[in-house]
Design a protein around this ligand. Structure first.
Ligand code: FA5
Length: 344
């Protein structure tokens, strides 16, 4: 559009305009950042000096004229009783903002609690070899305990490297416990770590089981670590996560990589052991597998089990989020349903 064409149109448009919105649209059309007159003004710098001298003053003059006409029209609209005046006290339009997924919020809170307890946060692989997921955790190939974890094996994948660690097939880790081996292979005690991450199980999906979920592995190793240290950390963690009233209880259980092995239960944070639908009237919720690190596991990483002791536990993070936020079905986390996500 040339300067002449703009001149012909813009004043007509201002004359015909009936409300503030239309007037603003006209301003944007000609004088906005990408407005038609603005484009001409911007292009002046690329013109030969003679042409610039001709067009420049015309364009600037027109800009001033349009500004004056817009102001006049605005005054007219303000003083015209038929036009609804601008109400500057109206609340502004709410611009929708993103926010963190409830699960991410929980993960951050859990990491903060452990960081305050002196734990380092460590990341690890989601694709593992049989060695890390099973063998080094004291679960050899013919061990019936392998059936505890229904596994996604990776197609056509058997590790090429000759070292024992890389023999066998690749798989999607069924729990975060392999991080224990990776970490101990490359570090010496004392240490305390937590490692959150995704795990995968070839299982039927229902309200409390998914095929992909998150666990958090905790491992503390030193010369004199006892079950009492273990209990203290677990209790501190759950009391900070839920409330001071939370109690923990340990039930004997079996995991090949710990001895003794336990299942950790916490008192129901909703009913405080009075009995409710969440805890199915038992007053307790099963929350993690745990135990004192098995001497055989220490041997796999060349630690001497006579001199080092440790505890480990693995918590299901979705289950915790479900308890904390009262979420009835694990499938909601990955549903992408905005009605669900917007509640947090
Ligand atoms: C384990 O996976 C052990 N690695 C835990 C462990 C670590 C024991 C260290 C000893 C020492 P388990 O299979 O019980 O244990 O799983 C741990 C938690 O993961 C469960 O308590 C539960 O909260 C969660 N979980 C298990 N299966 C599923 C599933 N299909 N969907 C969602 N959460 C699950």
């Amino acid at each position: 559009m040339s300067i002449e064409e703009i001149k012909q149109n813009v004043f007509k448009e201002i004359g015909n305009c009936k409300n503030f919105q239309e007037l603003e649209n006209i301003r944007v059309k000609y004088l906005g950042r990408k407005g038609k007159l603005t484009e001409i003004l911007k292009s002046l710098k690329d013109l030969p000096i003679e042409e610039r001298k001709k067009i420049g003053p015309k364009a600037n003059q027109l800009k001033n004229q349009i500004q004056v006409a817009l102001e006049e029209k605005k005054d007219f609209l303000i003083n015209n009783p038929e036009v609804k005046p601008l109400d500057f006290t109206l609340p502004g339009k709410k611009i929708p903002q993103g926010h963190l997924h409830p699960f991410t919020l929980l993960e951050k809170q859990i990491e903060e609690i452990f960081a305050n307890l002196g734990f380092e946060i460590v990341e690890s692989n989601e694709i593992e070899t049989e060695y890390y997921n099973f063998d080094a955790l004291n679960i050899p190939a013919d061990h019936p305990a392998r059936d505890m974890w229904d596994t996604f094996w990776l197609k056509n994948s058997s590790a090429k490297n000759d070292s024992l660690k890389n023999q066998g097939k690749y798989l999607l880790r069924t729990h975060t416990s392999p991080v224990q081996i990776h970490y101990m292979e490359t570090h010496q005690p004392p240490f305390r770590i937590v490692s959150p991450g995704k795990v995968y199980r070839y299982e039927a999906i229902d309200a409390s089981h998914d095929i992909q979920f998150h666990q958090l592995e905790c491992l503390m190793v030193d010369e004199n670590i006892s079950f009492t240290n273990f209990k203290f950390i677990v209790l501190s963690f759950f009391q900070q996560l839920f409330s001071k009233k939370t109690e923990v209880s340990f039930r004997p259980s079996y995991f090949p990589f710990v001895e003794p092995g336990v299942e950790i239960d916490i008192s129901c944070p909703r009913c405080h052991q009075k009995g409710c639908s969440l805890c199915k009237n038992t007053g307790w919720l099963e929350i993690a597998g745990a135990g004192m690190v098995h001497p055989k596991v220490f041997e796999w990483v060349n630690y001497n089990p006579k001199f080092v002791k440790g505890f480990a536990f693995g918590i299901g993070l979705e289950r915790i989020a479900m308890i904390k936020y009262n979420i009835p079905d694990i499938r909601l986390f990955n549903s992408g349903d905005l009605r669900f996500i917007k509640q947090f």
